[in-house]
Design a protein around this ligand. Structure first.
Ligand code: 5GP
Length: 129
């Protein structure tokens, strides 16, 4: 069965898309740890990051770097944290999380945002890409 992220990539379900190219997509996490929490996802569905082709892995990191730099420019924060987990969605994704303190990296700490806030944030990030 297709992963929820493949359904997003195929536009079967919506997302707050930040950026996309032929092989990767970045969209806002629907249940963010912190404002600007973004997922960078290869379009080819692979479960675990180290199972990616080496070239795809490097290009995913290059793509994530570009998004992370835009996040740092957009959101006042100490830095952008990066992590890979994949226990909930078995489709490779890099979490980019603007952080000020360690709890922003803990997935038990969540913030809530309205659809309007998500949409405005996408526009602000895109200005800095
Ligand atoms: P992980 O698999 O790394 O443990 O976490 C999966 C992440 O994907 C979570 O942070 C969760 O909030 C996010 N997520 C799960 N389903 C959706 C979805 O349908 N849309 C978006 N934008 N994010 C999702």
């Amino acid at each position: 069965m297709a992963s929820i992220f493949t359904k997003i990539i195929n536009e079967e379900i919506p997302c707050y898309k930040v950026a996309e190219n032929e092989d990767f997509i970045a969209f806002l996490d629907i249940n963010p740890n912190a404002k600007g929490h973004t997922l960078c996802v290869p379009k080819k569905e692979v479960d675990k990051i180290f199972d990616l082709e080496e070239d795809t892995y490097h290009r995913l990191m290059k793509f994530a770097r570009k998004i992370g730099i835009a996040l740092e420019k957009t959101i006042p924060c100490n830095r952008v944290g990066i992590t890979v987990i994949g226990l909930e969605v078995p489709h490779v994704h890099v979490h980019l999380i603007p952080i000020n303190e360690m709890r922003d990296m803990t997935f038990s700490h969540k913030i809530s945002m309205t659809p309007e806030e998500f949409l405005d944030l996408v526009k602000e990030i895109q200005k800095n890409l």
